[in-house]
Design a protein around this ligand. Structure first.
Ligand code: HEM
Ligand SMILES: [Cu+2]
Length: 604
């Protein structure tokens, strides 16, 4: 399966006349090669990123220019209303925006794209432990793509009970226009995402435990791999709960069970048949998954940022072991704080207090990570490359998002700011300012490995600068709105006189948001141009230490053209033992010299 010829080319390479349709399908479509699967995830999720971004513009349009014709799309969709967004459509927009971003972009781009691409390469394996399962984990995403995508074309134009899918709106088909078939399709799609992630996580855990190259001890793993490993554990333990809960909600809708439907509920003047259930039970089950899920959405990003920071500060990562323990601490605590999403659900104040304290404790390992990143760059010879700029902004934005989290964790404060734009500000700082910026950085960083060519630096910097500016213009303002109580998930907050003076601020944010989406053109052009015409990269263009940089760019089938043997951790930059300012993990000790050629000698 993974034989390699001497020049590092995959044995699968054939001349074009030998290359049949069947071969094309097994190589590029139903491929079992982790790199192809990783790229499949990358391209799919980037496409959904664009769709999710456009949905967000729809939301922002309504908040800036409420009840005015939406250009182009408005007349197409709502000719009867003269091109206005309807309240139901607005509800669908924020539901599907969040759904797409969470389940089709952030989670699969981190675990699916980067997890797949990087894990075997960074630990020195030729592929994943279960290549077929890996292939399935991508292809099970397709029913999810089709069901989520198809739900736009049925009654309601898409599910509309929020990405949190709270009952009774989500459990009763008659509750709202989007509660019918669209909601059923949403639940089926979610189940597929769940199954895909579970297959992925089993594979990642096994691969990281079993397939590491000789010498690659757990404490020599790059932070990216630690992030992916702990994320896989989180997925394995939290996801079954959500998937089961999704089935229960489907059963409530399709088979008349009453898990989440309360007794005596009256909808459209008729009493619901099934009852005796608990809407709050859904909230518990949902957040028991979805709080750990926010760490699924950031731990791999933290890992990738650690690797990028160390590489471009040309310094060892500050406090490797505390960083590993901090990831474990965040993940462990992540399981006992879900109740902070339910402070205003009428829970026992004693319980609220417990959740509050537990949540605040997460700030400790988070701070350990932040200080260690600062320690890493402190005094370093910083190279301000595009990936480095994105990684630095991750740290900055994560600090803002983490601090607003502590405000919300305090129950008395949260009672005031719950369901306001403050919450929206918080999670966009961690998810867009944090994870999405890290993902951009990671794309610029590993692009040369993936495609064998470099991306354009000046274009990358323009992309960074504009995204960073407009991102803050859009999301920072949300804190201010939230602090005065501006509600989230409402099609027309200006219905209330108190919020009318906030309209200009909202218009500012919408303009920033439109510009933020628009400036992604710099990324799109750079990305596709560089795939074909970028300057050739060589094996190790950044002079980094990780194993992936010793493989050919792009690596052939089976990854390495030599057996990698690991002598040290990945962060030995500026080591006194060698002349260069980097010291690859595979370079045998005492062997000075050209590291462009992979080290094949073993001398213990
Ligand atoms: C220091 C760490 C953090 C703390 C203390 C914290 C705290 C909180 C609290 C208390 C809430 C609930 C607020 C409410 O609904 O009234 C919340 C919501 C949220 N947090 Fe965090 N958080 C932290 C980090 C993160 C991270 C790293 C992410 C994602 C990567 C994240 C994503 C979210 C999301 C998506 C929501 C809103 C969910 C929704 O209602 O739709 N948080 N956070
Ligand atoms: Cu949470």
């Amino acid at each position: 399966m993974s034989s390699i010829t001497a020049d590092g080319q995959a044995t699968h390479a054939h001349t074009s006349n030998e290359f049949g349709v069947g071969e094309f399908i097994t190589t590029y479509v139903f491929s079992r090669d982790h790199k192809v699967i990783g790229l499949q995830f990358l391209f799919s999720t980037l496409l959904w990123f664009l769709i999710g971004g456009l949905l967000a513009i729809g939301i922002r349009w309504q908040l800036a220019w409420p009840w005015s014709d939406m250009p182009v799309i408005g007349p197409m969709l709502f000719s009867a209303e003269g091109g206005q967004i309807s309240p139901e459509f607005y509800t669908m927009l924020f539901t599907m925006h969040a759904t797409v971003m969470t389940f089709l972009v952030i989670i699969p781009i981190l675990a699916g794209a980067f997890g797949n691409y990087l894990i075997p390469l960074m630990i020195g394996a030729d592929d994943m432990a279960f290549p077929t399962l890996n292939m399935l984990s991508y292809w099970v995403m397709w029913p999810a793509f089709l069901f989520f995508g198809g739900s736009f074309f049925v009654a309601g134009n898409g599910a509309s009970s929020g990405w949190t899918s709270y009952p009774p709106l989500s459990s009763i088909s008659e509750a709202a226009p989007g509660s019918g078939l669209a909601q059923t399709m949403w639940l089926i799609a979610l189940t597929c995402v769940g199954i895909s992630s579970m297959m992925g996580s089993v594979n990642y855990m096994t691969t990281i435990i079993q397939m590491r190259a000789p010498g690659m001890t757990m404490m020599r793993l790059p932070m990216t791999i630690w992030g992916m490993f702990i994320t896989a554990l989180l997925q394995a333990f939290a996801l079954p709960v959500l998937t089961a809960a999704g089935f229960m909600q489907l059963a409530d809708r399709m088979f008349g069970t009453g898990f989440f439907v309360p007794e005596g509920l009256i909808v459209n003047n008729s009493e619901m048949a099934a009852g005796g259930g608990q809407p709050l039970l859904w909230q518990h089950l949902f957040w028991f998954y979805s709080h750990p899920a926010v760490y699924i959405m950031i731990l791999p990003a933290m890992g990738m940022v650690s690797d990028i920071l160390a590489c471009f500060a040309r310094k060892p990562l500050f406090g490797y072991k505390p960083m590993v323990y901090a990831i474990c601490g965040i993940a462990g605590l992540g399981f006992i704080v879900w109740g902070h999403h339910m402070f205003v659900s009428g829970m026992n104040p004693g319980l609220g207090m417990t959740f509050m304290v537990a949540t605040m404790m997460i700030a400790l390992p988070s701070a350990v990570k932040t200080f260690n990143w600062l320690g890493t760059i402190y005094g370093g010879k910083i190279q301000f490359t595009t990936p480095m700029l994105f990684a630095l902004s991750f740290v900055l934005m994560f600090v803002i998002g983490g601090l607003s989290g502590i405000f919300m964790a305090a129950t008395p404060v949260d009672i005031f700011i719950h369901d306001t734009y403050f919450i929206v500000a918080h999670f966009h700082y961690v998810l867009f300012g944090g994870t999405a910026m890290a993902v951009f950085g990671a794309i610029y960083f590993w692009f040369p490995k993936m495609f064998g060519r470099m991306m354009n630096e000046p274009l990358g910097k323009v992309h960074f600068l504009l995204t960073f500016l407009f991102m803050n213009g859009t999301f920072f303002t949300m804190h201010i709105l939230g602090a005065v109580g501006f509600p989230r998930r409402l099609a027309d907050p200006y219905h209330y006189e108190t919020f009318r003076h906030l309209l200009p601020m909202n218009q500012f944010m919408t303009i920033c948001a439109i510009l933020m989406v628009a400036c992604q053109i710099f990324f799109i052009v750079n990305f596709f141009y560089s795939i074909f015409f970028g300057p050739k990269a060589g094996r190790n263009p950044w002079h980094a230490n990780g194993l992936e940089w010793q493989a050919p760019s792009p690596p052939g089938h089976g990854n390495f053209d030599f057996q990698p043997i690991v002598y040290r951790g990945p962060y030995e930059y500026n080591s006194p033992e060698v002349d260069e300012d980097y010291y690859p993990q595979t370079q045998p000790p005492n062997q000075r010299g050209d590291t462009d050629e992979p080290a094949t000698m073993v001398n213990h």
